[in-house]
Structure formats: structure tokens, C-alpha cells
Design a protein around this ligand. Structure first.
Ligand code: C5P
Length: 261
């Protein structure tokens, strides 16, 4: 895995034209493109197909949270679109998570498709302790986050989306070397923070054990997205050189290729 493979660009833009313009500029220079609910609601599955058809990898960030059969079927549709990665809420429960893992495995074999990796969202990082209390979650956030990460791992998911501050905690709590940790909330020192509050730099996130980092506006809102992405990739590379894990902690497991069940 190359340093650029660890950079995921959040395509939080309004139109297909803008999204494809960014993809065409950044093609081959970054690891994946993330499509979230804004762009997916505006432009739909055809845009996902268009990016996949360009040979690029897509992370479909729709955070499925529903009854097990619905999430399982939605996951299979994500696989049919050709995404490399999608996510579900761990708060949907172990039965839901196992259902989607099973459905993907069966459909991948039946239809000879490459199974995407499935990540869990634990607790949204926008929620603070008073917000959790309001929704009847009384435990400390770090215990909820690590407990849900463990549940996701036991349910057969491939990893979690987490705040970079939680990455090390999760790495220690989950006893599975192939568990993927993907972190948004990243700001290089030279970029504006926008609405992000507790941010880490790309290098810090890599040193904290993140396998992948998600960066949006510092690249997509830049006058020169190619140069912005290049600078971030070189920060990742420098962090790898200083890190005890020269290729990234679990690089050999995280190439998003076909995998054995
Ligand atoms: O532009 P920026 O780098 O802030 O974009 C970060 C992306 O990661 C956005 O798509 C945002 O929805 C997502 N994200 C986040 N914080 C989380 C979870 C997801 O910023 N805790």
C-alpha cells in the first residue's frame, strides 16, 4: 500500500459535474473518493457507477441504520454498484451487522462480485456527553465507542470510522490486527478548520494508528486540489517514516482487494 492509498477524499459537493471534475483531477493520486448522503441524494447511484467506471475506488458513506434485512439488502446493492467500502451504524445491533456481512458473502459468491469492506460508525463524533445523556446513553463515551468497536469486530465487520483521538484506544480494545480504522476530522496545519473542532494533522492521525484518513474541504475547496492532495500524501509518507509501522500499521490487510471468508 502506497501513502496515497491511505488518503480518502470526501466529495461533499453539490453536483455530479463538480464531483467528476475533482475525480478527474485527483484520479490515481489518492486512494478513494467518499460519497456521502448529500451528494448521493442529489445525484444518486449513477454517479457512483461513473466514478467506479473511471477505475477509482468509492467509499459509500450512507451509514445504514435499519432492521437487519433492509440493511443487508442495501449492502448488497452497494456491492452491485462496485463500491470498495461502505458503512453501517453499530447502534443497529449485532444481528443487523451479522446480517449484512452474511448477505454480502452469499451475494458475492453467487454473483461473482468483489465484496466491499464494511465499517461501523460507533458514536457520531458530533455528539458530546450531554447529547448522549439526552438519548439515554449513560456510559462514558470512550467505553461506548470501544464497546461498539468490539461488537462490530465480533460481528464480522472489517473496521470502524472513528475520531483520530479514539484510534489508539480502539486499536488496543480490538484484538484483531486486520481491523481497519478510518478517521475524518483531519486538518493539515496549513488548512482552515471550517466547522471541525478537535482535529489532528494527517501525520498525527497516521501516528495514532489510523489506516486511512478522510479529508474533504482542505482539498476540494482548494484553488489547487492536486497540490493540496500532494502535500497531504507527503505528510502521510513522512509520518510513515517516523512511525514504528513503516508501511502503515495493517497495510498488508487493507488493500480492498478480494478477500477470503
Ligand atoms: O471537509 P472535511 O474534511 O471536514 O470533511 C470531512 C468529511 O468526513 C465529511 O464528509 C464529514 O461528513 C465526514 N465526517 C466527519 N466527522 C465525523 C464523521 C464523518 O467530518 N465524525
Amino acid at each position: 500500500m502506497m501513502p496515497r492509498d491511505r488518503l480518502i477524499i470526501a466529495l461533499d459537493v453539490e453536483t455530479r459535474a463538480r464531483a467528476l471534475d475533482l475525480v478527474d483531477q485527483l484520479k490515481g493520486r489518492v486512494g478513494l473518493f467518499k460519497i456521502g448522503s448529500q451528494l448521493f441524494t442529489a445525484e444518486g447511484p449513477d454517479l457512483v457507477r461513473a466514478i467506479v467506471a473511471r477505475g477509482e475506488k468509492v467509499f459509500l458513506d450512507l451509514k445504514f441504520h435499519d432492521i437487519p434485512s433492509t440493511v443487508a439488502r442495501a449492502g448488497v446493492e452497494a456491492m452491485r454498484l462496485g463500491v470498495a467500502l461502505f458503512n453501517v451504524h453499530a447502534l443497529g445491533g449485532a444481528t443487523m451487522m451479522r446480517a449484512v456481512v452474511e448477505a454480502i458473502k452469499e451475494a458475492a459468491e453467487r454473483e461473482r462480485l468483489t465484496p466491499p469492506r464494511i465499517l461501523a460508525v460507533t458514536i457520531l463524533t458530533s455528539l458530546m456527553p450531554p447529547d448522549l445523556k439526552q438519548i439515554f446513553i449513560a456510559e462514558r463515551i470512550d467505553r461506548v465507542v470501544t464497546g461498539l468497536a468490539q461488537l462490530a469486530a465480533e460481528s464480522g465487520l472489517d473496521g470502524v470510522v472513528s475520531s483520530p483521538q479514539e484510534a489508539l484506544l480502539i486499536r488496543h480494545a480490538v484484538n484483531r490486527p486486520d481491523f481497519i480504522i478510518l478517521t475524518p476530522g483531519i486538518r493539515p496545519l496549513w488548512a482552515q478548520k471550517h466547522d471541525q473542532k478537535r482535529v489532528l494533522t494527517p501525520a498525527e492521525a497516521i501516528r495514532e494508528g489510523a489506516d486511512y484518513i478522510v479529508v474533504g474541504r482542505p482539498v476540494t475547496a482548494s484553488d489547487d486540489p492536486v497540490e493540496a492532495a500532494r502535500r497531504i500524501v507527503s505528510e502521510i509518507e513522512a509520518a510513515e517514516r517516523e512511525s514504528p509501522y513503516p508501511q502503515g500499521p495493517y497495510a498488508k490487510y487493507s488493500s480492498f482487494g478480494p478477500r477470503d471468508y
